[in-house]
Design a protein around this ligand. Structure first.
Ligand SMILES: [Zn+2]
Length: 73
């Protein structure tokens, strides 16, 4: 189980992401879908998408799967 905390760049609320036992590629796929979804941030604002950038999910992926990003990959 891999949990990563990131911060919403819009409201500065901490957001905890649970990657469960997903592989890196599965996690990327899930975040891509999430990015297109209309939903509510834990900071109580609803957005039509754009979570990838707003929640700095590229950094969250690096934190959750450090092995995937070593060796300059
Ligand atoms: Zn927010």
């Amino acid at each position: 189980m891999t949990m990563v905390t990131t911060t919403c760049s819009l409201c500065r609320t901490d957001v905890t992401l649970d990657f469960e036992n997903l592989s890196h590629d599965e996690a990327v796929e899930r975040l891509r879908k999430l990015d297109k979804k209309a939903m509510e941030c834990p900071g109580m604002h609803v957005e039509m998408g754009g979570w990838y950038k707003r929640w700095k999910l590229d950094e969250a992926l690096r934190a959750a799967y450090p092995d995937h990003y070593t060796n300059g990959a």
